[in-house]
Structures are given as C-alpha cells and as structure tokens.
Design a binder for this molecule. Sequence first.
Ligand code: AMP
Length: 118
Amino acid sequence: MSDIGSLFEKIVAGKIPSYKVYEDDLVFAFLDINPLAPGHTLVIPKKKYETLDKVPDETAAAIGKVLPRLARAIMKATECKDYNILQNNGTVAHQFVPHVHFHIIPRPNAKAGLGLSW
Ligand code: AMP
C-alpha cells in the first residue's frame, strides 16, 4: 500500500471507514481489519508518531489511561479473560503501519490468535 504512512490518520479523520471502539481528544481505537481473534482492537494516538519513543507525555498518559478501560470493555464484550497487549516499533519488530498502535488481542483459547507466538 503506497500511502500506508497516512492510513491511520485517514481512519481518524473518517476518510477511510473503520469500526470505532473509542475516541477522546487524543486517542482513537478501532477494530483491526484482520483480527487475530474477535475483538482485536487497535489503540492509537490521533496524531501520528511513528514509534512509541516519539510520543509526548500527555498523549502517552492518555493512552495509558484508556488501555485498561478498553481491555475491560473488550474482555467483557468477548466474554474472554485472557488477552495480549502488543506494540511493535520498526520494521524489524514487525511494525507494518508507521503510526503508533497498541493491539489489544483477546485470547479466547489456546488456538485463537495463531499468528501470535513466542
Ligand atoms: P503492525 O504490524 O503492528 O503494524 O499492525 C498493523 C495492523 O493494522 C495489522 O494488525 C492490520 O491488520 C491492521 N490494519 C491495517 N489496515 C487496517 C485498516 N484499514 N483498518 C483496521 N486495521 C488495519
């Protein structure tokens, strides 16, 4: 995809459709288009920062405040108690979209989310 760099900015702006899960002044969350499990959600700063180390304190705090809340809501909705939070930085670390995002990935059973392993 040629304009992968602006993909999530376009989603925040509503120029590309998404299934919105949460929004405030600094943070946006939406369902992953290619989920590892039902409820797989991406939590992003509205403004684009390529990697986590570039995110300013206020935005980092806003994301940190929302992540547990969203985890609770998603686990309730998916009736799941186990989940992974995944955050990739840089291509070697498997970051595909260069706009910071936290994956919340419900793990309903050992087989779900097979693409994720250590
Ligand atoms: P990463 O490999 O950490 O950069 O993950 C990028 C994630 O973005 C992948 O899980 C993709 O499925 C997801 N993704 C790519 N395009 C879209 C889109 N248009 N809407 C929702 N999720 C997307």
